[in-house]
Design a protein around this ligand. Structure first.
Ligand SMILES: [Zn+2]
Length: 141
């Protein structure tokens, strides 16, 4: 397997900006950070899609990300820390954490202005409610 993050984790390719690590997770600065304070929290076990992770491993990643975010906020500028779970740019699950200001530093892409109509929202709601029929969180695998 030729995974850039596994290579960093296995110390096969030196990465100079490792911030912290334990047996389960590693935290480092990406090679192309978006801004000061942008870091990655990466589970050491290789898996490419976050929602394929066993619930306990996914929960551990989120708990670790929360702790790292709390510390990150203390040591970087920004009013809050934003979180994105990725696994596509590098096919190994990683959490991006980055300091943001409330002024719109961090934007989730939206449909174009004017394209959101009441009919579109109603249609989305109807489709998704149908898809969630019989949904029991504990049974979702
Ligand atoms: Zn990997």
């Amino acid at each position: 397997m030729n995974c850039v993050f596994c290579s960093i984790i296995g110390e096969n390719s030196p990465h100079h900006e490792i911030i912290w690590q334990d047996d389960g997770h590693i935290v480092f600065v990406p090679n192309e950070p978006n801004r000061l304070g942008h870091i990655l929290v990466v589970p050491k076990k290789h898996i490419s899609y976050a929602f394929d992770m066993p619930p306990e491993e996914y929960a551990a990643l989120q708990v670790m990300s929360r702790a790292v975010a709390v510390r990150l906020k203390k040591v970087t500028p920004g009013e809050r820390i934003a979180l994105i779970i990725d696994g596509m740019s590098v096919p190994h699950v990683h959490v991006h954490l980055m300091p943001v200001d409330m002024s719109g530093d961090f934007c989730v892409p939206r449909v174009k202005e004017g394209e959101t109509t009441d009919a579109l929202l109603a249609s989305m709601g109807e489709t998704l409610r149908a898809g969630f029929a019989g949904f029991v969180p504990e049974q979702e695998v």
